[in-house]
Design a protein around this ligand. Sequence first.
Ligand code: 6PG
Length: 236
Amino acid sequence: MQVRIYSTKQQVAEKFSAFFKDEAKKHDAFHVALSGGSTPKIVFDYLAAHFGTEIDWSKVFFYWGDERCVQPTDDESNYKMTVEHLLSKIEIPAGNIFRILGENDPKTEAIRYSDVLAKNLPNEGGVPKFDLVILGMGDDGHTASVFPHEITLWDAKENCVVAIHPESGQRRVSITGKIINNAETVAFLVTGASKADKVNEILRPKADTTVYPASLVKPSANKLIWFLDKDAAKGL
Ligand code: 6PG
């Protein structure tokens, strides 16, 4: 595991974007699971602005690690956020975008998306394999949409499950631990002081440390990189 700490969120965006560009160039087909929430916005803006013409997007295939069960036009939609901050600014074939259909019945969509991963991703050990999974982490230590109150979803046998946000009750479709830990590389993008406690607990676990979903990210390929700003890393 690598922990890369930068002064600001902007620098995390710059450094991760350069990392993404380098990784993309290594692949003829680069299969990536995107994270949602707000952190990716600054990253996607930078990636589009500075590497938008340098990356051959015809070789990049975008999926999502999780999606809120809302219309793709809803402000809560991770897809909508990604269109606004990245997809609307780059030349990527529509056929390279594998959206989780948030407007569908959640259970039906979790099954459908599990099949999408099985059909379109390379496979290792009988499990779909991403080249890169990008993750965020909530203040509560959740990642993708596996929340602490439903941490057993991490070990589901399915590729995707239906999760429920602990406060809002919002339903979400999320990839599971078997998919995340089968990825070639996993990159956490975590910024802001509100994440510092959990970052510290996860990266410097003590004997009685609580296990959070983000603690369970241990890719078998052992390529796990935390991109942190100083605020999120202040406890390290
Ligand atoms: C989502 C994300 C989720 C996110 C964390 C961190 O759908 O919300 O996939 O896992 O990465 O909640 O969110 P912020 O980046 O907004 O802090």
